[in-house]
Design a protein around this ligand. Structure first.
Ligand code: SF4
Ligand code: SF4
Length: 283
């Protein structure tokens, strides 16, 4: 495991700002901005960047803010259409499903847990390793291979009946830090239908774009890798194999521009990468 002392503290490197806000002359030079289409609505996004170099992990608070705004916009639109979305904190059947994390999120969630009191952090990692064993033990041959859709990987995962390691007494123990995949998963059918045997009846709400996919693609462009995602219980093994990637840095303006450029609709197909690490790559 990467020792906690190696973790660099993250202050807010990127900040969503209202473009009508009065900014100082110095700040206006640090703004990256552009239009984003939300189901026909053109929104303008302005990101205030710090002067410092930044790491992939630093993009996550920004991505969470954008994701929450997209989800709120979609919820409001659904309400106007007369749809009810039952998803809320404490509703947790979907916490037994696949949660893919983009690479920046893998690093960020790792760092958030590393910053917790040691006893709590150890409990999370213990749960994660137990679930990781449940997923991969004696079954690496059956992890979907070749070009598999996220749905196919999701079905394989659902059969494992592996509850999320962060689920405690049917509540998310890291709700404020929950991954983008959890934030983006919304349905317009009753919560009681969220069971594997009723999957065909569930109406999933499509967001105008997936911030998870956009962040994954931006990270891949910055690192010069394929688009990858990691199953949530496999954070620790990924960190152990990829410690050098935690510390890579770019100019914060370059990173914000790359993230903004990728905020667009796109269909992603994930496939497991190599045999045992269960990193998923997308094409
Ligand atoms: S997807 Fe289903 S189980 Fe998950 S929060 Fe929404 S209603 Fe609840
Ligand atoms: S991180 Fe939280 S919301 Fe997401 S699957 Fe795990 S317990 Fe559920």
């Amino acid at each position: 495991m990467v020792p906690a002392r190696d973790i660099e503290s993250s202050t807010a490197v990127f900040q969503l700002v209202d473009s009508t806000e009065m900014l100082s002359a110095g700040d206006s030079e640090k703004i990256v901005e552009g239009p984003v289409s939300l189901l026909g609505d053109q929104k303008h996004i302005s990101i205030l960047c710090s002067d410092s170099l930044a790491r992939l992990s630093d993009l996550v608070p920004l991505a969470r803010s954008v994701c929450d705004a997209v989800v709120l916009n979609t919820r409001n639109r659904c309400t106007l259409q007369g749809k009810t979305i039952p998803c809320c904190e404490g509703c947790s059947t979907c916490c037994n499903y696949l949660v893919p994390l983009s690479i920046p999120e893998v690093i960020h969630v790792y760092e958030e847990i590393a910053a917790l009191p040691a006893q709590l952090g150890h409990a999370f990692w213990g749960n994660s390793l137990r679930v990781a064993g449940q997923l991969l033990d004696n079954d690496t041959d059956h992890v979907p291979n070749g070009e598999s859709s996220l749905d196919q990987v999701g079905q394989w995962y659902a059969h494992k009946e592996a509850a999320c390691p962060f689920l405690e007494n049917n509540l998310c123990a890291l709700y404020d830090q929950r991954p983008l995949a959890c934030r983006e998963y919304l349905v317009a059918t009753p919560a009681s239908w969220c069971r594997p045997e009723l999957v065909g009846r569930v109406e999933k709400i499509e967001l105008p774009f997936s911030v998870l996919e956009c962040l994954g693609k931006a990270a891949a462009q910055l690192e010069g890798t394929p688009v990858e995602a990691v199953m949530l219980p496999l954070i620790l093994p990924w960190i152990e194999e990829n410690e050098d990637r935690i510390h890579r840095k770019w100019s914060s303006r370059e990173m914000a521009q790359c993230f903004l450029d990728n905020l667009a609709p796109r269909q992603t197909y994930f496939r497991p990468h190599r045999h045992a690490d269960a990193t998923l790559t997308a094409q």
